[in-house]
Write a protein that binds this ligand. Structure first.
Ligand code: NDP
Ligand code: BG6
Length: 593
């Protein structure tokens, strides 16, 4: 698990580069992307001393416990295999390397000249390097059409690297060391020849070691397939693993998403495809399962019996500036709801998985998605921001963006009510709200509990029954926190009730800076941990929920409700919530810090 990996990163690198804690060794590596898996065995990481220990919340090792199951000793496993194949063959065939000196990891940032690469990918790779999470032999290659030298790439990258606030020590030195490991190759995305040149350069760096290669496709989706094809034909690893991280959007409806998956699978196995949804890498989203499954007090309440509604809220206080061209083709439902918010919903609502293994978790998530009702038009409200002048400053309308058509109906805001038709969640509204150019930047999950039956203190609350109910808030960002609103007595004589928060405020509790989601996800991809990546059946199920309503919105040319830049969004969202007897939890003034 990434959570453990991150804690274990500092030297040496947490594991051999072939896999994570429960690593999946693929016994057979084809020189091309399509690695036919002859057999798959799960073993415990041998060198991981914390496997036998209880990790306390501050990372301390509290007590030794016996493993529940006897581990398969790695030597025995290797011995068994050696009975059918020689040592050299074994290493070659598996790509598994007990001695990390024998392996390399090359990370190719395809689209290195772009916004995401500069903003997120290179800084995340540096943070991993700084923390000692990258393997001993690693090389980073930027690939794009722009003409650049290695020095120019390093110069570009250096401008976006930052050091952790809590760890500035040796930062400059570390940056220099990191930059020395970054190289650039200019090439076309549809040129096998250009990728073959990259392959040649990679081999020089790999120096005959087992080569593991991770391609990060940080390019517009229309060139994904060409890039995958060329990388597959000309630059995949000959003796180790080859993995590809694919950035969203994964299509724009069921059909285009299925076509993308089909095309990718011409060159890759599902196991090699890492579909990224960076919200899954956010600390508090990771923490959802811990909260539910490791605290006795929450899981028994996690159902229609006690929960009135669940709200998933995303807002940004800026518009689509700079990304209008992309955004206009997708809109907020595809950009945020169908992926980020739906993924959180699935994690929130899933049944207890058999284990923390990626497939067990993804199996449960997919069950939730498949139990959901496709979204209905009457359960959706859309909006688009318009220009607004405040304090002498004029903020633009969405359609003021030069890359957006003047008559665009693309929603920059949407609210929706979704339902999970299973025994646990029957009838509970899951309300989603996502918008750009709103009054604040925030992502949170709000769980509103039912009223206390026959509450002895009802009279004290007057008519506002919402005041009397508990609400659990998981604030994903900014200023991460988990707080539970409870009722208590105001101290003193008499009986006056108050509402207070039991608050886990991360900045107050932990001095350590929270890693960026991309760090966790990149590390997981290097380690072969798939838990936080989206499987193709999850993606299909997610699109099935949204495709009909998206088609209807577009066919009927539904006009969005216009809201001023910097406002709280369209009033339609309140009517939608009111229809289900819900009040958005983010609207009141509340004590949260
Ligand atoms: P960019 O538009 O910046 O494109 C990345 C690079 O791809 C460019 O530098 C350019 O490099 C090349 N490129 C751009 N357009 C074309 C084209 N039409 N044909 C061929 N090459 C092209 O994208 P981002 O960096 O913003 O995003 C990369 C991916 O990540 C996209 O799929 C995006 O949807 C996704 N994403 C981005 C986020 C962000 O915040 N930026 C957030 C979440 C996802 P060159 O010309 O040098 O070849
Ligand atoms: C991306 C969306 O996936 O997530 C953007 O395409 C959005 O439109 C971004 O701004 C938000 O991510 P974060 O991590 O800044 O909340």
């Amino acid at each position: 698990m990434a959570a453990f990996s991150s804690m274990h990163c500092p030297p040496p690198y947490s594991s051999s580069i072939n896999g994570g804690k429960n690593r999946s060794f693929i016994f057979s590596a084809s020189p091309r992307f399509s690695v036919p898996a002859k057999a798959k065995v799960f073993v415990q990481s041998p060198g991981n001393s914390h496997q036998n220990a209880v990790l306390m919340q501050d990372g301390a090792v509290a007590a030794k416990v016996s493993p529940v199951e006897k581990e398969t000793p790695i030597e025995k496993l290797k011995g068994d295999l050696l009975s059918v194949t020689s040592s050299k063959e074994w290493d070659e065939e598996t790509g598994f390397d007990i001695n990390e000196n024998e392996s390399t990891v090359s990370i190719m940032v395809v689209g290195a000249s772009g916004d995401l690469a500069k903003k997120k990918i290179f800084p995340a790779l540096f943070a991993l390097y700084y923390e000692g999470c990258l393997p001993k032999h690693f090389t980073i290659y930027g690939y794009a059409r722009s003409k650049m030298t290695d020095a120019e790439l390093r110069n570009m990258v250096s401008k976006t690297l930052t050091c952790r606030i809590d760890k500035r020590e040796n930062c400059g030195e570390k940056m220099d060391e990191f930059l020395k490991r970054c190289f650039y190759h200019s090439g076309q995305y549809d040129s096998e020849e250009n990728f073959a040149q990259l392959d040649k350069k990679l081999k020089e760096h790999e120096g005959g070691r087992v080569s593991n290669r991770l391609f990060y496709l940080s390019i517009p989706p229309n060139i994904f397939i060409n890039a995958v094809k060329c990388a597959s034909m000309s630059a995949s690893s000959g003796n180790g693993w080859t993995r590809v991280i694919v950035e969203k959007p994964f299509g724009r409806d069921s059909e285009s998403s299925a076509a993308l998956t089909k095309a990718l699978k011409q060159y890759l196995n599902e196991d090699q495809i890492f579909r990224i949804d960076h919200y899954l890498g956010k600390e508090l989203v990771e923490n959802l399962s811990v909260l539910r499954f490791s605290n006795l007090i929450f899981e028994p309440l996690w159902s229609r019996q006690f929960i009135r509604n669940v709200q998933l809220i995303f807002s940004e206080d800026f518009g689509t500036e700079g990304r209008g061209g992309y955004f206009d083709h997708y809109g907020i439902i595809r950009d945020i709801m169908q992926n980020h918010l739906l993924q959180i919903l699935a994690l929130f609502a899933m049944e207890t998985p058999v284990s923390l293994d990626a497939e067990d978790i993804r199996n449960e998530k997919v069950k939730v998605l498949r139990s959901m009702r496709p979204l209905q038009l009457e359960d959706v409200v859309i909006g688009q921001y318009k220009s607004h002048t405040k304090g002498g400053v004029t903020y633009p309308a969405y359609t003021d963006d030069k890359t957006v058509p003047k008559d665009s109906l693309t929603p920059t805001f949407a609210a929706a009510a979704l339902f999970i038709d299973n025994a646990r969640w029957d009838g509970v509204p899951f309300l989603m709200k996502a918008g750009k150019a709103l009054h604040n930047k925030r992502a949170e999950i709000r769980v509103q509990f039912r009223h206390v039956p026959g509450n002895l203190y009802n009279r004290k609350f007057g008519t506002d029954l919402d005041q009397a109910t508990n609400e659990l808030v998981i604030r994903v960002q900014p200023d991460e926190a988990i707080y539970l609103k409870i009722n208590n007595k105001v101290p003193g004589l008499g009986m006056r009730l108050d509402r207070s928060n039991l608050n886990l405020h991360y900045a107050a509790r932990y001095s350590k800076e929270i890693p960026d989601a991309y760090e966790r996800l990149l590390l997981d991809a290097i380690e072969g941990e798939r838990r936080l990546f989206i499987r193709s059946d999850e993606l299909d199920a997610a699109w099935s929920l949204f495709t009909p309503v998206l088609a209807e919105l577009e066919e009927k040319k539904i006009i969005p409700e216009y809201y001023p830049y910097g406002s709280r969004g369209p009033v339609g969202a309140h009517y939608l919530a009111a229809r289900y007897n819900v009040r958005w939890g983010d609207l009141g003034v509340e004590q949260s810090a």
